[in-house]
Ligand binder design. Sequence first.
Ligand code: ATP
Ligand code: MG
Length: 410
Amino acid sequence: MIQIERPRGTRDFLPDEMEKRRAIERIMRRTAESYGYREVTTPTFEHLNLFTIKSGENIVQEIYAFKDKSGRDLALRPELTAPVMRLFVNECAVMPRPLRFYYFANCFRYENPQKGRYREFWQFGVELIGSDSYLADLEVIVLAYNIMKNLNLDFTLNIGHVGLLRKLLEDVDEARYRKITRMIDKNDIEGLEEYLSSEGFEGYIDRIKDLIGLKGGMEVIEHSREIIPEFDFSHLRNLCEGLEKLEIEYNLDFSIVRGLDYYTGVVFEAFAKRGLGAQNQICGGGSYRLTHLFGGADVPSTGFALGFDRIAEICEMKADSAESILVAYTPGMELEALKISERLRGSGKIVLSDVMERNLKKQLSFANTIGAKYAVIVAENEFKEGKVILRDLEKGEQVLVDISEIRKYF
Ligand code: ATP
Ligand code: MG
């Protein structure tokens, strides 16, 4: 006999873990909904080119791509921003803007599995569609920040702007620009210097290193103005003023360039301060333009994706589970017990009864095993008088109660 294992990089979730994950998910949903975001769902697989058009080399190598029986090139989604933008172009292009969408879904990437890095993982994210104002960036960043705060996470929020590097590297072609930003994204400074020298871009080394070395509050804007005087900092300055007004803690950091190629303006990432080791990035987002690539008009958007699994790993949320009642019975009373069980359900409690045809003693011992708080015992003699026994399993006390009154006890 062969034992069938899970595919590499995937996980099973047992009930305790699922309860915790659902509790986290509920907080994410409620927070997003309180800002007027509404849920959308897109297919698990899409046409491959949705992701190859603009997602960047990184993700293309990681894609689970396949041909269906008709020879179509399809892919399991590696992320949801491109699918949600496709949905917007297909279904919502004429709806009043801005549109506020959120999603919670699994994603698939052919990565090297390790702690915090899986081949199937979940993202919770939002897209705010239709505005390129600093106010849109502000809203989305504040929302990401508040979701993480509501989960009591300890994190740092770093904000950059890809426009600075684009301006600085104005004369560099797209392919080389991507190579450079990829190395910055991976913090490979040595590789970056080597590459710039080999391509005859030595002249950029100092300015790039100065720029990506700048970190801190609003004062960083002044320093970067010295490096790139021709860049218009007003959007970034307005955003920072907004963040300060709303008392959001952040750092400006121009080494934040994001792995995906579709970002056009403000970009941001959040990192957990502890518990995740190298895979500590728990949120990534920014403003981007994708719709014109999918056959729509050019519509600006801002969004983020939270790494749900990494957050679940460090979040100390305790899912509160409901108390349970075991309805036990003496021989021959099982259907009466089921009838009483049905009446008890709906009280907010969990109601179980035996399906193993066990004797009363074993039923009650199972009640202890599962940590039930009460047992309702349907015994033939008492039942004939219209009564059942209600036992508090924690206190070890019991009373005889009228069946017609039993619901009042819960
Ligand atoms: P990383 O640099 O860690 O690979 P990324 O830049 O590829 O992250 P995004 O595409 O921005 O990540 O996805 C948003 C979030 O989803 C990340 O911040 C991370 O928390 C989470 N994430 C990304 N890839 C994985 C994965 N393979 N397993 C678990 N979580 C992931
Ligand atoms: Mg990645």
